[in-house]
Design a protein around this ligand. Structure first.
Ligand code: PEP
Ligand code: MN
Length: 358
């Protein structure tokens, strides 16, 4: 995918981040038009609205369907904004392109499915339309699958491709609705430097209060744009209400964002710091894994009435690890200090096991 063209369409400025805003779902003509009018007044030039909604469970609001395309036509005619919607099947592609939708996006559940991606790519090719397509990352943190989805479009002749980073699903409760795992879009940027990457802070955060900090973070990291869910009456939204903000709040957030000069060093510094954060998290997880094994050893020693401390093993560990670290160019003294601290904590945890406290 060497010659991917920018997503910016005619009349869109290519300077400054690309901003796409609009409701999670088109609900009624009144809601779509009210939201679109306010967004347009605030200077937004690309309007998003989901018409076909992939819902986790049946029974939820699954979108108004093709009827909503008429509302998007009206948005375009009345406000001049470009329109964008999600497509997941051949029929969606045909209907959306037929109705003059300007930008298509692929949802996270669809980009994870190569059959669906191929069907969409084929449908776009068959339509002959030169439509830009934004591809959300798959729900699972699989960079190859994400790139593969975009490759299918590229192979079908689509040249205006962009990626949307919307975070990755994780089991259990977290601060974020979808974990950002920033190292994945960073790696995507490294692999495909000319591919525009847009951040979706609404779906990453899942909460209104996280939209502003996530947007700033994305811009600091050199993302090319933002796609943000905005609704004229978020508390009454039929989907994703916790993360939608009014057009006025969006305006306030966008005005407060600090735009960095992409040639400045801040961007690379932020990316490097992200990598440090990621590595530190991995270190903590690794240490936790090590402590778990230590406790299992503690349990074994307890069952076999063995002493916790075995000095010969301890000396061997320190010596061999220090030598390995020195070989990699780190100071032996530093490695000794780190290992001794880890060892002390392991011993402490084993003693806790012996005393039945863990
Ligand atoms: C959406 O944009 O409303 C949506 C359904 O997003 P995702 O595919 O990222 O979950
Ligand atoms: Mn949504």
């Amino acid at each position: 995918m060497k010659e991917i063209l920018p997503v910016w369409t005619d009349g869109q400025s290519s300077s400054g981040p690309m901003i796409i805003a609009g409701p999670c779902s088109a609900e009624t003509e009144e809601q779509v038009m009210a939201t679109a009018r306010e967004l347009a007044t605030n200077g937004i030039r690309i309007f998003r609205a989901g018409i076909w909604k992939p819902r986790t469970k049946p029974g939820g609001f699954e979108g108004v369907g093709a009827a909503g395309l008429e509302w998007l036509k009206k948005v375009k005619a009345e406000t001049g904004m470009l329109t964008a919607t999600e497509v997941a099947t051949r029929q969606h592609v045909e209907d959306a392109i037929g109705a003059g939708v300007d930008i298509l996006w692929i949802g996270a559940r669809t980009s994870a499915n190569p059959f669906a991606m191929q069907e969409i790519a084929d449908a776009i090719q068959a339509s002959g339309a030169d439509v830009p397509v934004l591809v959300k990352n798959p729900v699972n943190p699989d960079l190859e699958l994400w790139i593969g989805a975009m490759e299918r479009l590229y192979n079908a002749g689509v040249r205006r491709i962009g990626a949307i980073h919307r975070g990755f699903s994780a089991y259990g409760k977290h601060l974020y609705r979808n974990l950002p795992q920033w190292h994945i879009p960073i790696e995507l940027r490294r692999r495909l430097p000319q591919l525009p990457i847009i951040c979706d802070p609404s779906h990453i955060g899942g909460k209104r209060e996280l939209v502003a900090p996530l947007s700033q973070q994305a811009l600091d990291m050199g993302f090319d744009g933002l796609i943000i869910e905005s609704h004229c009456d978020p508390d009454c939204a039929w989907s994703d209400k916790a993360q939608q903000i009014t057009p006025d709040v969006l305006n306030f957030i966008l005005n407060a964002l600090v735009l960095r000069d992409s040639t400045s060093t801040t961007e690379s510094l932020t990316m490097l710091r992200q990598q440090i954060d990621q590595i530190d998290n991995e270190l903590i997880e690794l240490l936790n894994k090590r402590m778990r094994v230590s406790r299992e050893i503690g349990q074994y020693k307890k069952e076999h009435r063995m002493p916790v401390l075995q000095m010969s093993r301890h000396d061997h560990i320190i010596r061999s690890r220090v030598a390995a670290a020195e070989e990699m160019g780190m100071a032996g003294e530093f490695m000794k200090t780190v290992l001794q601290a880890i060892h002390e904590e392991s011993v402490r945890q084993q003693i806790e096991v012996l005393n039945n406290r863990i």
